[in-house]
Design a protein around this ligand. Structure first.
Ligand SMILES: [Ca+2]
Ligand SMILES: [Ca+2]
Length: 157
C-alpha cells in the first residue's frame, strides 16, 4: 500500500509596495515626513491565520519606529535624510514570504530626486538646486570676476 504526504500549503504572498522618494517638510511640517508603507499580503488560509510584520532593514539611515507594524499598511515618521529600507514579512506558521521597499528621504524634492535616480547634477547647476538659471551664472562668474591669469601683461589692467 502506497501512501503519499502532499504538502499543499502555499506560502503567503507579500508585496511591500513601490519604492518611494520623499523629502523633509513634504507634509508641511518642517524637518519631518510621514510615509505610508502600502503593503499587501495574502495567503491560502492554510494551515490557519497568518501574521504580518514590518521591520526596518539596517542601512546608513537611523532606526525609526513603525506604527501598525503588524498590519499590511503601516506608517513611519522620518526626521533625517537618508535611504531607508523596510521589509514586510508574512508567516503562516509553516512558510514565510517577504518583500522589501526602499524609502529615500531627501532634504528637498531636488535632493530626493537625485538620491533616488542616482543621476548627477548638471555641471552648470552650480548651487545644485535642480535648475540652471541666473543664480548659477552669478555664482560661476563671481568666483573669478576680473581676476587675471595672464602673468605677462596682467590683462592690460
Ligand atoms: Ca499558507
Ligand atoms: Ca541652480
Amino acid at each position: 500500500m502506497w501512501s503519499f504526504y502532499t504538502d499543499d500549503n502555499e506560502p503567503p504572498v507579500v508585496d511591500a509596495g513601490p519604492d518611494q522618494a520623499v523629502w523633509l517638510g513634504m507634509d508641511g511640517i518642517d524637518g519631518q515626513v510621514t510615509v505610508t508603507l502600502e503593503g499587501y499580503t495574502a495567503d491560502d488560509g492554510r494551515p490557519g491565520p497568518y501574521v504580518v510584520l514590518w521591520t526596518q532593514d539596517q542601512t546608513e539611515a537611523p532606526p525609526v519606529g513603525i506604527v501598525n507594524a503588524d498590519q499590511d499598511v503601516a506608517t513611519v515618521t522620518l526626521t533625517e535624510r537618508g535611504v531607508y529600507a523596510f521589509t514586510l514579512t508574512a508567516d503562516d506558521g509553516e512558510k514565510q514570504a517577504f518583500d522589501t521597499v526602499q524609502v529615500v528621504v531627501g532634504d528637498t524634492p531636488c535632493d530626493a530626486s537625485h538620491m533616488s535616480s542616482g543621476q548627477p547634477y548638471l555641471p552648470s547647476d552650480i548651487n545644485q538646486d535642480c535648475i540652471v538659471n541666473l543664480e548659477d551664472f552669478a555664482l560661476l562668474f563671481a568666483q573669478g570676476w576680473l581676476s587675471c591669469t595672464d602673468m605677462l601683461t596682467h590683462c592690460g589692467l
